[in-house]
Design a binder for this molecule. Sequence first.
Ligand code: GLC
Length: 551
Amino acid sequence: MGKWWKDVVGYQIYPSVFNDSNNDGHGDINGISDKLEYLKDLGIGLIWVGPIYRSPKVDNGYDVSDFYNIDESYGTLDDVKNMLAKAKSLGIRVIFDLVLNHTSSKHEWFIDACNNVDSKYRDYYIFKDPNDEGGRPNNWKGFFEESVWTYVPKINKYYMHIFSKEMPDLNWDNKELRQEMYKVARYWLDMGVDGFRLDAIAHLAKDKTFRDSKAYKDDLVYDPSKFSNRKELFKYLKEFKKEVLDHYDCVTIGEVGGCATTDEALKYSNYKTGYFNMVFNFDTCWENGAYGSIDKSDSEIKTNVYNLKLLFEKWYKDIDEKAWLPLYWLNHDHPRVVSQYGDIYYRKESAKMLGLTLLFMYGTPFIYQGEEIGMSNVNHKSLDMFKDVNAVNIINEYKDKYTEKEILRFLNRASRDNARSLMQWSSNQVNHGDFYLNENYKVVNVEDNLKDKDSILNFYKKIIDLRNNEYHDEAVYGKFKLIYRKNKDVFAYQKIKDKKIMVISNFRDYIVNFRDYVSENKIIMHNYKDVMVVNNKLVLRPFECYLIEII
Ligand code: GLC
């Protein structure tokens, strides 16, 4: 089962805020190239680069207006070629984000489809006539808090978009459209990209009956089953694999998100008949309900460690030996994990603990930029500071029901903007643009982390090195087993291969009396300076963690 994408540690780059090489206020491709040595030194073997195609950037590049060219703000195609060559020389693989579900409303196909009666592109999208009363074709609500339908007066039709209205969905029933999208994928693979993270891939097929979802009143209904994991989708994926993926040594990671069970995940990615190498699920990202619960105060949002463990265990048990998983705490769609499952008052301890817990679990870990220095949520001071299209829609939806303070509290905890502030490189960082620079950059930054032996970054480096080298087989191929399973505060597990290793992580900001102390074990990593034993019990201080080899 030795595949390169199992052995590596991945790192996600969100290009607009990663590194700005020409001080124009916007991250760019040369900025990524400039940091490849940094990533190599960190032990990274695979980078996932967010969308850099030409785009009006309503949704930060996921709204693509030209799949074959690079947005000017990021640089040029030559910059991409240089970046790929440099990554290759350093032994870092590069995957791109491929957006197959929709285009930008500024894509030439869509413009033509809205303006030209005979446009062949009309069928590239999903257009419908108004209903009998002239209203929208049905009551479906999309992911970004709005109806999936937007009206185009000029042609008296509605078009479908499950994300924002500037991102019309493509019609995958259309054979020609499918071929166009395969061409896009081949183009980037031929250029030397090592694979893709496949954006919103679960949604390519829709319920073409377009029947209303059951509603209480006339309200819009959020029912993603109408456009998720549908039968026809798997036909498209089969064709995509046969016509494109099978011809390349590439890795593919589908985003199947919040609406997939482990059974569904297996359909996408099982070793025998799956279409992708792995799929991202969201289960473990939202355990504490930070999202979707504006009515809960911050103090009510407490991680249920027991549930969190069971979620990881379930995915492992259902998938082990049948498929492979990516492992991650957050991506650009989530709040910062130190703020969510950790604690900014114990930044060092909790960031290290979270890193260790993830790195030795199972699957291919993905670190999100800034996680390695403990970057935390942004303290937005007013609602007009939120830029994410989803946050803006939430503000519009909630503004009549909640006070500004309530919405602000909710979004500061849950918004995607939390992960989209500038990567903090140094305490002298100058913000040349209008992205947000978290005010803690003076103390939370790469430069200072590099100098401090005990920093979060140096801890990450060590654990990645242990995973890549000395304990590689246990970390990557060992059998995963939760231990002290019922413990409500501590996440502990073993990984067993030739050697037997154990991770013990206290997820609490208080002291936990853990278990009998066993002195003969070898402590490999620890985020406190000494071991605390009281009455022969191992005592865990706030967010204390151990990596132990059982001798
Ligand atoms: C995925 C991306 C997200 C984007 C959406 C629409 O979920 O991760 O950032 O908004 O797809 O493309």
